[in-house]
Design a protein around this ligand. Structure first.
Ligand SMILES: [Fe+2]
Length: 258
């Protein structure tokens, strides 16, 4: 097994790549709004990024055999992750709301939005999660809903904790919530992550930093919105998801996950 890199080594690699990206922009290249699929500071991306053109398929053909969901399958209670068990989960209750928009700021209505996240201690309910933080018997960490007429969505959950991973020595992911948007069929599925403002781990995280454009990265951070905070109950965060165009939210490739 090769020795793990230190955070200092990873941070130096991140800075060198970003400096090179800034130079490219100064020479006239367009800013990179999406993550690099082959991003060496994110170690496993080197071996598993696609090296061939993606195979194009006829979406209609795929949809004939792929699972489908009906709007009636989604219960409104599934957007509240704090009521799935007999007791309440531990942690800071939050309300995460926003709108799903297309590149022209038009609402994307009646879309399936799913989220999954770690608990307040940074632990997932997943057998491969080896982080020795406690599981919370009152928190599973998954929810879903259908966007409203104005593209709006709102989840009630608890703020996830940061967690360690094995990219390098002392590697920690900033607190984040994974989001999946389905479109109208499996072939349109998009996956991304939302972060929380002011996280001290942003500069150190090779997944967050794999988007070399600072403005594109910043669009993954929700903003604290006091008007969304529920008195005596939760703190509110607003995060809009823009599917296309220059202000689009970064989406990860199918095989990426951490
Ligand atoms: Fe995660």
């Amino acid at each position: 097994m090769t020795e793990q890199a230190s955070q200092e080594e990873i941070s130096a690699e991140i800075e060198a790549i970003e400096a090179e990206a800034r130079l490219d922009i100064a020479r006239g290249s367009a800013a990179e709004l999406h993550p690099r699929r082959n991003y060496p500071p994110y170690r496993s991306s080197v071996l598993r990024h696609p090296t061939h053109e993606l195979v194009r398929v006829d979406p209609e053909e795929v949809e004939r055999v792929s699972p489908a969901f009906g709007h009636t399958d989604v219960n409104v209670l599934e957007s509240d992750l704090t009521i799935q068990h007999s007791g309440e989960p531990l942690g800071e209750r939050i309300t995460v709301s926003g709108r799903v928009l297309d590149g022209e700021a038009r609402p994307v209505r009646h879309q399936l939005v799913e989220l999954w996240q770690a608990n307040a201690g940074g632990r997932y309910v997943h057998k491969r999660d080896q982080h020795p933080a406690p599981l919370d018997p009152n928190f599973t960490g998954v929810g879903r809903l259908i966007t409203g007429d104005d593209g709006e969505y709102s989840f009630t959950t608890i703020k996830p904790g940061p967690y360690p991973w094995r990219n390098h020595l002392n590697a920690w992911r900033p607190a984040h919530i994974h989001f999946s948007l389905f479109g109208t069929a499996f072939t349109q599925r998009l996956i991304t992550q939302m972060y929380f403002p002011g996280d001290p781990l942003f500069a150190l995280d090779p997944i967050y930093q794999s988007i070399t454009d600072p403005a594109a990265r910043a669009r993954l951070i929700g903003s604290y919105d006091h008007s969304l905070s529920v008195p005596e109950f939760s703190l509110g965060y607003r995060w809009d998801i823009v599917l296309t165009g220059p202000k689009s939210t970064w989406m990860e490739s199918e095989e990426a996950h951490a």
